[in-house]
Ligand binder design. Structure first.
Ligand SMILES: Nc1nc2c(ncn2[C@@H]2O[C@H](COP(=O)(O)OP(=O)(O)O[C@H]3O[C@H](CO)[C@@H](O)[C@H](O)[C@@H]3O)[C@@H](O)[C@H]2O)c(=O)[nH]1
Ligand SMILES: [Mg+2]
Length: 196
């Protein structure tokens, strides 16, 4: 197998925008599978890593989800108060520490056992964002706070508890259109939920 790094030489990296997310314009020399080298221009959004989690109460057969306004969904013409699994940026923390913090801030659940499932690049053609996926079993006694997000960041997060089957149905009906949420609900259907 060819060392793919030998096929890629970054020639330059120019910052095109440096707001909440840095946008770079790269020039690179890319050698294709036939051995021909081409100078390419590619733009990359530098997002930092994130984590998300499926909270599942097996006794009640319910998943714990959050609903919040997402401007990019609004701009894309999709329903913008999106139903998602709890998620957040790592902010330099270890992924498990970060997801415990985010679960508490957004849902008020204090997690006991947390399982790392897998990681995924959410949009690898243009964005560096790597998301760590977690699962935690919960029950009602773990909910020690209201959640709702951080007031100082103007987070306005509603906690929604749904039967797993109802959440799965919302994927098909278009009520849930967030990719990481769809992935975790489908993982649950395959691994922990009651057979449908
Ligand atoms: N989008 C955006 N958010 C901003 C900005 N400035 C500040 N924020 C704030 O940054 C915070 C991020 O909250 P987190 O809970 O850490 O992240 P998240 O928004 O839930 O992000 C997760 O889900 C996204 C959508 O799937 C992912 O894109 C993201 O990587 C992560 O997984 C929010 O309070 C948001 O208001 C901005 O310019 N743009
Ligand atoms: Mg969040």
């Amino acid at each position: 197998m060819t060392d793919t790094n030998e096929r890629v030489r970054i020639v330059s990296d120019k910052t095109l925008s440096d707001g909440w997310t840095r946008l770079s314009g790269y020039e690179l020399d890319y050698t294709d599978r036939n051995g021909a080298t081409h100078r390419l221009h590619r733009e990359v959004f530098h997002r930092t890593p994130a984590a998300c989690i499926l909270l599942y109460d097996a006794k009640r057969d319910k998943v714990v989800l959050v609903r919040q306004f997402r401007l990019p969904a609004h701009i894309a013409g999709e329903p913008a108060w999106m139903i998602e699994v709890p998620a957040g940026l790592l902010d330099e923390d270890h992924p498990e520490d970060a997801i415990r913090r985010e679960a508490m801030e957004e849902t008020g659940y204090r997690l006991r056992e947390v399982r790392h499932l897998f990681k995924a690049l959410t949009s690898p053609g243009s964005v560096t964002e790597l998301v760590h996926f977690f699962y935690a079993p919960v029950d009602l006694s773990d909910r020690i706070d209201d959640g709702g997000g951080l007031a100082e960041e103007h987070e306005d997060i509603e906690v929604i508890e749904l039967p797993l089957a109802a959440a799965l149905d919302m994927i098909e009906s278009g009520g849930i259109i967030d990719a990481k949420t769809i992935m975790l609900l489908q993982w649950a259907a395959m691994n922990v939920g009651a057979p449908r």
